[in-house]
Design a protein. Structure first.
Length: 290
């Protein structure tokens, strides 16, 4: 990607090196433990928070969406390190794209860079869950060590693969602003686990498509994309498909338990966004075949 000289977002909060107060005194949340929990989660299908509790004895590390007020803040503004700057440039470019596409409906999210664990309006969460978006505070949370995991354990390397992760989480912010997330969560409370999982798949595939929409405009309007970048993103989408991860960990595939979609589905919807640049092409809820 061509990021030299590009605008950096000021909507960055750098909490790296800070310890969430709600983890009080337990310790044991070093990056090695987080990486181990993440790896075990990928290859067993177990909730990484459960694994983290077993490994460290830390209780109350939750991935809930109960509104609360974050009690910590970090340095606000573009980071000084190379990877932090990269994340800041990508976030800034998503701001440009979605401000144009949604107009006054769009409110910039803030990105929180953290290490190990973080407190948000969604509770205290470990890096083992990977990057996430919290609708309660309109923030994207990212431990940059996740990019090493993508490259080394999943074979999804490259700067556009990393940008795809950020743009995907911003896609969840778009869903939140448009009311899609609230509608889906309401339906999930009224349905079975299998039906709820199917709704989650549609949510995630739409966020993939929205990430592609950003990529389309980053290439066409600002020439950020270099040859091979989109292929990196598609390889990353394939690497994190539910079917691939299940086959790696269990040797068999169980579609009813999917929450993010198959490799083929994730590639299909990312590609749809990349080719169209149109958010209306990302309606995963109005099609039978994903």
């Amino acid at each position: 990607m061509r990021i030299e000289g590009q605008r950096e977002s000021e909507n960055i909060e750098d909490r790296r090196g800070m310890s969430p107060s709600r983890l009080g005194g337990k310790g044991g949340l070093g990056i090695g433990t987080i990486v181990l929990a993440l790896a075990i989660s990928y290859f067993t299908g177990t909730n990484p928070l459960t694994i983290l509790n077993l490994l460290t004895g830390v209780q109350g590390v939750t991935e809930t969406f109960t509104p609360s007020t974050p009690s910590e803040s970090g340095t606000v503004g573009a980071p000084g390190d190379q990877l932090g700057k990269f994340a800041s440039v990508v976030l800034a470019d998503t701001e440009t794209t979605w401000r144009t596409l949604l107009g006054p409906r769009y409110e910039d999210p803030r990105m929180v860079l953290f290490s190990g664990a973080v407190q948000s309006a969604c509770g205290t969460t470990s890096a083992a869950v990977g990057p996430f978006y919290c609708p309660g505070d309109h923030r994207v949370y990212l431990d940059l060590a996740f990019f090493d995991e993508m490259a080394n354990r999943l074979g999804a390397a490259g700067d556009f693969a990393q940008a795809y992760v950020i743009a995907h989480e911003v896609g969840h912010h778009v869903q939140n602003l448009l009311g899609t997330a609230e509608k889906v969560h309401r339906l999930q409370r009224q349905t079975s686990e299998v039906e709820g999982n199917a709704l989650s798949v549609r949510m995630e595939l739409q966020a993939d498509c929205y990430a592609g929409v950003w990529g389309h405009h980053a290439k066409r309007e600002r020439n950020l994309i270099e040859p091979g970048d989109f292929e990196e993103g598609l390889r990353a989408a394939a690497a994190i498909g539910d079917d691939r991860l299940q086959k790696m960990s269990r040797g068999q595939v169980q579609p009813e338990s999917w929450t993010h979609g198959s490799s083929e589905q994730r590639m299909t919807w990312l590609k749809r966004g990349l080719e169209s640049g149109d958010p209306s092409a990302c309606n995963t809820f109005d099609t039978k075949r994903l």
